[in-house]
Design a protein around this ligand. Structure first.
Ligand SMILES: *[C@@H]1O[C@H](CO)[C@@H](O)[C@H](O)[C@H]1NC(C)=O
Length: 185
């Protein structure tokens, strides 16, 4: 019991900035017959969960295929007037489930789940990442991505509905800032 408390004490500061929920991760439906190649290229962040303390704006990600099942990921944002980029790698972890990607922004960290719940490849993508912590609760991230910096309200509503119908709590999802984006990737 003592060691369990120690682990919780260690983990809690990491998750406090996020949105912990009791119980295990939900098990959402993902995009059927996901085509990694069509998903490549530039995506803009339209909305995200959770709200982050660092308020970068103009967040976008450029995905490039490196093999049939692995990708290079370059994300950028403007923070305090500076363009900042981070680079990561990603892969389909199980070819039977191609919409369940893993992405890592550091070679020392394991892949985090990056699941494409839905996409039409040309307008919008609905992305979810969830990690179980000690089977007691889970921590999750969710994004609505667009091929352009803005999406019609109806498209955003449909994307939110995809999360909701999969029991993903997006009450705290916030729109991303995509204005004054003079510096780009
Ligand atoms: C995305 O990355 C590819 C490969 O590095 C590059 O050729 C392309 O110009 C990039 N696109 C954008 C919008 O940065």
């Amino acid at each position: 019991m003592k060691s369990c408390i120690a682990v919780v004490a260690f983990v809690l500061p990491l998750v406090r900035a996020q949105v912990p929920h009791w119980g295990p991760c939900p098990d959402p439906e993902v995009q059927p017959a996901f085509d990694l190649r069509q998903f490549m290229g530039r995506w803009f962040e339209i909305a995200k969960l959770p709200a982050q303390f660092e308020k970068g704006r103009c967040i976008e990600t450029n995905f490039t295929l490196t093999t049939e099942s692995s990708i290079r990921v370059v994300s950028s944002e403007i923070l305090n007037g500076e363009l900042r980029k981070i680079e990561g790698i990603g892969a389909i972890e199980d070819m039977k489930n191609p919409a369940k990607l893993g992405i890592s922004y550091s070679y020392v960290l394991p892949y985090s789940p990056y699941w494409i719940l839905s996409t039409d490849y040309v307008n919008v993508a609905v992305v979810y990442s969830c990690t179980d912590v000690l089977r007691l609760f889970h921590v999750d991230f969710a994004w609505i991505l667009g091929r352009s910096r803005t999406l019609p309200d109806a498209t955003i509503m449909e994307a939110r509905e995809i999360f909701a119908s999969n029991n993903i709590d997006i009450i705290r999802m916030v729109p991303s800032q995509q204005h004054n984006c003079d510096k780009t990737l």
